[in-house]
Design a protein around this ligand. Sequence first.
Ligand SMILES: Cc1cc2nc3c(=O)[nH]c(=O)nc-3n(C[C@H](O)[C@H](O)[C@H](O)COP(=O)(O)OP(=O)(O)OC[C@H]3O[C@@H](n4cnc5c(N)ncnc54)[C@H](O)[C@@H]3O)c2cc1C
Length: 279
Amino acid sequence: MTLLPQKKTNSPQSEPLNLASFDDRAAITAHIRQLCPYLDDEDMTISATRGHKNMALARLSEIDPENYGKTRNHIGGKVTRLSPYIRHGVLSLADIRDVIMSKVKIRDGEKLIQQMAWREYWQRLYRVNPEIIWQDAEDYKTGFSAQDYADDLPEDIAKGRTGVSCIDAFIGELLEQGTMHNHARLYVAAYICHWRRIKWQAGARFFLSHLLDGDPASNNLSWQWVASTFSHKPYYYNLENVQTFSPDTLDTSQENNAVLMGTYEEVYVRLFPNLPTPE
Ligand SMILES: Cc1cc2nc3c(=O)[nH]c(=O)nc-3n(C[C@H](O)[C@H](O)[C@H](O)COP(=O)(O)OP(=O)(O)OC[C@H]3O[C@@H](n4cnc5c(N)ncnc54)[C@H](O)[C@@H]3O)c2cc1C
């Protein structure tokens, strides 16, 4: 969208938005509200993620590759939060690799470099096989076929009001901040595909319309990996796993997350009743 600061011109269509002409973020918000009166308060939440190369470089200087390897699966772990800058071309993977190598020995930076390699891998797959971005790469390995899955995302998921407390908190962050930790993405994607039996494409569309790092290759191929249309088995989890990797501030109580409860075997049998019981 092309937006103009009204204080500089009366002709909103004539020049692109110049952020520097606003005194602060509140002034930008007020301007956007004026241009888009149909947006309600929920739509007007401004993400804490800030644009600009300086912001990206500041965040890059703070990365902690050694602790990244040890804590990255924890929702409050030392992840870089660089993905929006990578996605929009503000930082390259080579920029980040150079900073990693300047901070630690290759052995201690390995995990972070590996994760960036996943991004590159998805990009290359997309380039070679553009058709698998929206089509099932393979059949589901869940004991169900594609027609057993719903086409559309129900409103309770789209609004983050499923009644499953941790899932709603993760979706809330997506809606308000445009971000979500990798482990939370896995939890929410599996909840949508396997607990609710909705096509991964509906979930992928939902994520892409809110993520600041929304990227068809990383997003859709990760969704297919969770769904099992691009992996040999479905990804699933149980409440105990969420409790292990979540901070105390997240409500992971049994009473508010009942559908996620059970041993791995119990959850598996519940989600995939047509598959043989795992040994
Ligand atoms: C269902 C699902 C949807 C996803 N959708 C997107 C998306 O739209 N855009 C996107 O950039 N990533 C996506 N990812 C991958 C990953 O969740 C994000 O890249 C990561 O959470 C971004 O946070 P970060 O920058 O703190 O990552 P860090 O953990 O600090 O990793 C550093 C960088 O490595 C890359 N990276 C890390 N993990 C992965 C991964 N599993 N796959 C691909 N690249 C990775 C990213 O560029 C990331 O910025 C998705 C994952 C899942 C499971």
